[in-house]
Design a protein. Structure first.
Length: 301
């Protein structure tokens, strides 16, 4: 059974979603500004500092936990349907991840659609990976993670690196990954009444802006269509009440088919990217701790 904290946060998430269901629909700038509400769902951890950094022309934010390793790093790519979201709203979550893993987290402000449609986000994420390498980080000491669209971007970044023969990170953690831009998964319907944040109409609108007329089955946009051969190990977390649950199921099947070391975990009754509530909700704290436990040995910590 979900905790009382989880139930309270679900009410807050529902209020956030309902505030965006206006007639006429909110402007894009209003939607982007509203994302700050999600950033405040959790609580900031103690013992973490954040620093702005320029990553080869891309804004980003370092999260450094006191006593954390400075020669290991998690590259984090945020969610928001490739249209909204920003690194500044992820300081709480990336701070908790920095503490749980015990290393630096680089929180990337990649370009967004519709101003910068596909493939701009994956180009920026690959660029950030190569920048980390230029800063002295060994591939074996770099991991990648992201949530929702950022979960899909985590995988497409690895695919792009592989396709360009640029190596692989030590491991990756897609959180509630968006892998199907058409919303064809069965849980898009069966979990529609449970998921308070993500619905088909919204996903399709974001996908249209992101693709800008491109192919919805392009593997570097929709990773459920990719060949996963040669990818680094994956640990995927998803909530049991998510409309995107089937995206994870299909991604895991593709990874297993390709012989990738993949682990997935479904957290019962949890909402989309419930990890946002770290510091306020036991299920979120547990999930973040599990990410830390998964990545530490793979990064050599």
């Amino acid at each position: 059974m979900a905790s009382t904290e989880a139930e309270a946060i679900k009410v807050e998430l529902q209020a956030f979603a309902e505030a965006l269901q206006t007639d006429p629909p909110p402007e894009l700038d209003e939607m982007r500004a509203a994302y700050e509400t999600l950033g405040d769902i959790g609580r900031p951890p103690s013992g973490v500092s954040w620093t702005d950094v320029d990553v080869d022309g891309i804004p980003a934010i370092w999260a450094d936990a006191d006593g954390g390793a400075t020669d290991r790093v998690l590259l984090y790519v945020h969610g928001g349907g490739y249209v909204i979201g920003a690194a500044k709203y992820y300081t709480n979550l990336t701070g908790h991840l920095a503490k749980a893993i015990g290393c630096r987290v680089l929180n990337l402000d990649y370009r967004l659609a519709p101003e910068h449609p596909h493939p701009a986000p994956v180009e920026d994420a690959v660029r950030a990976f190569l920048w980390l390498r230029s800063q002295g980080f060994d591939d074996r000491h770099i991991a990648i993670a992201g949530d929702s669209a950022g979960g899909g971007l985590t995988i497409t970044t690895m695919l792009s690196l592989r396709d360009r023969d640029l190596g692989q990170p030590a491991a990756a953690v897609p959180i509630s990954p968006w892998g199907d831009l058409e919303g064809l998964g069965g849980t898009m319907t069966t979990n529609a009444d449970k998921d308070v944040l993500v619905g088909l109409e919204m996903l399709q609108a974001m996908a249209m802006m992101f693709l800008a007329g491109g192919d919805a089955k392009d593997p570097l946009a929709a990773p459920i269509y990719a060949d996963y051969s040669g990818l680094a190990p994956l640990y995927i977390q998803v909530g049991g009440d998510e409309t995107l649950l089937d995206d994870t199921v299909r991604i895991v099947a593709k990874a297993e088919e390709a012989g990738v070391d993949v682990t997935s975990e479904v957290f019962p009754e949890m909402q989309h990217v419930f990890q946002f509530a770290a510091g306020r909700m036991p299920e979120a704290d547990e999930a973040v701790a599990k990410i830390g436990a998964y990545l530490r040995p793979r990064l050599g910590l």
